[in-house]
Design a protein around this ligand. Structure first.
Ligand SMILES: [Zn+2]
Length: 281
């Protein structure tokens, strides 16, 4: 999809599984289990989907997925196999090498969004994208430094220490845009300072939903992940974003849906529904 000076594509950087109950919060399995069929450990199939934005001399990657630093035990828990689907392989399919990437936009530092920020070289953890500036919201950085006992398992310092040590972070303050023609909307219910890049040209708007709407099932307002720190805040943020998305016909890109990369949404009385599913190609 072309938006202004940028060509925008989606890239699936890993496949993995998370507990279905955690993913859908208060929604019972009798409802979600028909659409997201769990395995024998109750894990539902998910992907990590990044945005690749190219133009104006820049190669911009939004989120880096699970990465490949996992040991055998964690690969098993997360049902992930980086030898099958991985970040560098997925970028190579678009003709992009790690050296080409000039900017990484981290929506937030949860491991399934920032795991590919770094990689192992021998026993050393190094930045995956040596020529990139990594953009992160200041509020999320501060939270990642001292998460709560509820969410500390999602924040793993091996995904950012090497970036910080090499002075490669650029911290976003307030609701300033990130780069030329790439705006920003923030949410805080999932985790403080989650950044959602937004690109607009004329009537076309593309919004990266990150962990606000991880899959198509999350457009039901009460379907909020158990991972969220402040679910009622998420509820309010979902409604605000959806109202705007309906009015302005946003293309909403889904970070974790295994079978759908983008949707348009429509209002349906007090609720919202998916009007159209599509790819950005
Ligand atoms: Zn998250």
């Amino acid at each position: 999809m072309r938006i202004g000076q940028y060509e925008v594509s989606t890239v699936v950087t890993s496949r993995f599984g998370l507990d279905g109950g955690s993913m859908f919060g208060v929604i019972p399995k009798s409802i979600w289990g028909k659409d997201a069929v769990p395995d024998s450990s109750n894990r539902i199939p998910l992907v990590t989907r990044s945005l690749l934005i190219r133009g104006g001399g820049k190669v911009i990657l939004v989120d880096t997925g699970n990465g490949d630093k996992w040991d055998g035990k964690m690969r098993d828990i997360l049902a992930t196999d980086p030898t099958e689907t991985n970040l560098t392989g997925a970028l190579a399919q678009h003709g992009v090498t790690p050296d080409d990437v000039t900017e990484v936009i981290c929506t937030h530092l949860h491991f399934d969004h920032a795991g590919g920020n770094t990689r192992l070289e021998g026993s050393e953890t190094i930045p995956t994208f040596p020529n990139a500036t990594y953009h992160l919201h200041r509020e999320n950085w501060e939270w990642a430094m001292s998460p709560t006992e509820k969410d500390q398992g999602s924040y793993r310092s091996e995904n950012w220490e090497a970036i910080a040590e090499n002075g490669m972070f650029s911290f976003v303050e307030g609701e300033d845009g990130i780069l030329d023609e790439i705006g920003l909307r923030l949410t805080h219910g999932h985790t403080p300072g989650q950044m959602h890049p937004i690109l607009t040209e004329g009537d076309t708007t593309l919004y990266f939903a990150g962990d606000l709407f991880p899959t198509r099932l999350h457009f039901r307002l009460p379907c909020i992940m158990a991972f969220d720190n402040e679910p009622l805040k998420t509820l309010k943020e979902k409604r605000e974003v959806l109202e705007r998305a309906v009015e302005e016909k946003w293309a909403v890109v889904l970070a974790h849906d295994p079978d759908c990369e983008a949707v348009n949404v429509a209002a349906d009385g007090d609720r919202f529904r998916i009007e159209k599913e599509f790819t950005l190609d």
